[in-house]
Design a protein around this ligand. Structure first.
Ligand code: NAD
Length: 499
């Protein structure tokens, strides 16, 4: 982040927000597009409860238009058959555009999703990194020459699939979009992206920046709208060759049905989580573990798929840990997301707030309240939930099993490794897991035994473009990031040439 952004004050951010231009129109075939039915939905700022602007609500005819534009672009070949170097340069130019517009993109995400402005700036940089990384990757991938009989050549090549659809949630609006777009575009596909109802503006602006970076018309289309209309239309569309989804497990399962009832398109799912965070008595750095426990559940007000919402403490360290945890939680600052001092923003919407508030009632019935447990008003905003910790949480409790997606941490104690691993794995989810120990053997044993797509030792929730990210069990199917994240948007073609 540039030093000028770091020194920007609350008043500066408010002023810049007030002068932003907000355009909620869809983006199809290289330009803004007016929907056939003219329907729209309001984009609400969760901090103020007021409408920021109207967003196009695309219907099935608009989805057809976007898929048609994507197909035409794919068949024209200006992107799908472009030289790898051309694709690299364009994606890198897009990364530069994203960085050059970091402040604007971060503001859009902060205003629509209630994200703290510095976190939103970090997300923008991570999105830029993804365009850089996949741009670089795709012209350094080689296909294979298979062992074959004399006078026969067998090769295995990766080809773009065609039209890829992406449906994403609101918790990291621009970043979630980039996670799907960067690999799918790098692979040579055309893409139709549906952002979440709560947060469409940064994805729409990104599409304009992509055109300015040289992406041919129709290669990236953005169709905002309701999930059960625009999302379902994409899920069932016969012209969509593959679909990447990030969102809840419940809706992820629906996409499997849409696919089964239409053209059997591959569906890649990044879904919910209830990540365990184990701290053993021999934790090598209590202070770092406490800081990570707090970041692991209170970043983005707990609205993170891999939020480490189940803290599992070995009995010998539990009291000390909880004392330090409470002291650290007391330093969190709820407030206006545009205030750089704020570390806890509002929840994204009234519906999410109501859902989390209900879990506070459930928690008080099931377990012991250590801190928080109430809603807050901060800087005039109504949708805040105090950072909350429940102890004595048991595996059969709803608090232990259900994804709350808010600033609510459940704590359970364990005695030994066997009980620790049993508790950690007692979940329908398997997205991420973290543990703290000074015992290298135990670190390896837990990396083997934990049912999670990513296990982090002596840290929490490590993630980067270089390593695959995704879930086991009902946290999803497939992986984002890394080579695996690009290959899923490609078809394998085997050729046998007899000569
Ligand atoms: P959601 O499943 O309600 O919505 C996600 C997307 O699906 C949105 O674009 C929405 O419009 C669309 N959608 C909703 N109903 C639909 C329907 N009937 N048919 C087609 N599309 C539909 O999820 P959310 O509440 O926006 O996001 C929170 C969830 O996302 C959490 O469960 C979280 O764990 C998950 N998530 C997962 C990851 C990951 O990488 N695994 C990352 C971020 C968020």
């Amino acid at each position: 982040m540039s030093s000028s952004l770091l020194s920007t004050t609350h008043a500066d951010w408010q002023h810049r927000a007030a002068t932003l231009s907000l355009d909620g129109a869809a983006y199809i075939d290289g330009h803004r597009y007016v929907t056939r039915q003219g329907e729209s939905l309001a984009s609400i700022n969760p901090m103020t409860g007021t409408s920021l602007t109207e967003i196009a609500a695309c219907g099935p005819a608009d989805i057809d238009a976007a898929v048609d534009a994507a197909r035409r672009a794919f068949e024209l070949g200006a992107w799908s058959r472009a030289e790898p170097t051309t694709r690299r340069r364009c994606l890198q130019a897009l990364a530069t555009q994203v960085r050059d517009h970091a402040e604007e993109l971060a503001l859009l995400d902060s205003l629509e999703a209630g994200k703290c402005i510095h976190e939103a700036l970090d997300d923008v940089e991570e999105a830029a990194l993804l365009f850089d990384w996949f741009g670089e990757l795709q012209d350094k991938c080689y296909d294979q020459l298979a062992p074959s009989p004399n006078r026969v050549q067998a090769t295995v090549a990766h080809e773009p699939l065609g039209v890829v659809a992406a449906v994403v949630p609101w918790n990291f609006p621009l970043h979630n979009a980039a996670v799907k777009l960067a690999p799918a575009l790098a692979a040579g596909n055309s893409v139709v992206l549906k952002p979440a109802e709560e947060s469409s503006l940064s994805a729409l602006r990104l599409a304009e920046l992509a055109t300015q970076a040289g992406l041919p018309p129709g290669v990236l289309n953005v169709v905002p709208g309701y999930g059960h209309v625009a999302g379902e239309a994409l899920g069932r569309h016969a012209g969509v060759d593959a679909l990447g989804f990030t969102g809840s497990t419940e809706i992820g399962k629906r996409f499997l049905v849409y696919s089964g009832e239409s053209n059997m398109k591959p569906v890649w799912l990044e879904c919910g989580g209830k990540s365990p965070h184990l701290v053993f008595d021999d934790c090598p750095d209590l202070e770092a573990a406490v800081d990570n426990a707090v970041a692991g559940i209170f970043t983005n007000a707990g609205q993170v798929c891999s939020a480490h919402s189940r803290l599992l403490l070995q009995e010998g360290i539990a009291e000390r840990f909880l004392e330090a945890l409470q002291a650290r939680i007391a330093t969190l600052v709820p407030g206006d997301p545009l205030d750089p001092a704020t570390t806890l923003g509002p929840l994204v919407s009234q519906a999410q707030f109501d859902k989390v508030r209900d879990y506070l009632t459930v928690g008080k019935r099931e377990a012991t309240l250590l801190c928080g447990g109430e809603t807050l008003q901060a800087a005039g905003g109504d949708l805040f939930v105090a950072p909350t910790v429940f102890t004595d949480v048991e595996p059969h409790h709803r608090l232990f099993q259900e994804e709350i997606f808010g600033p609510v941490l459940s704590v359970t104690r364990f005695s030994d490794e066997r009980q620790g691993v049993t508790l950690a794995n007692a979940s329908q989810y398997g997205l991420a897991a973290s543990l703290w120990t000074a015992d290298l053997g135990r670190a390896h044993r837990f990396c083997d035994a934990l049912q999670a797509g990513t296990v982090t030792v002596n840290g929490v929730d490590a993630v980067s473009p270089q390593t695959p990210f995704g879930g086991m069990k009902q946290s999803g199917i497939g992986r984002d990031y890394a080579l695996a994240g690009m290959h899923k948007y490609m078809a394998l073609k085997t050729r046998w040439i007899h000569y």
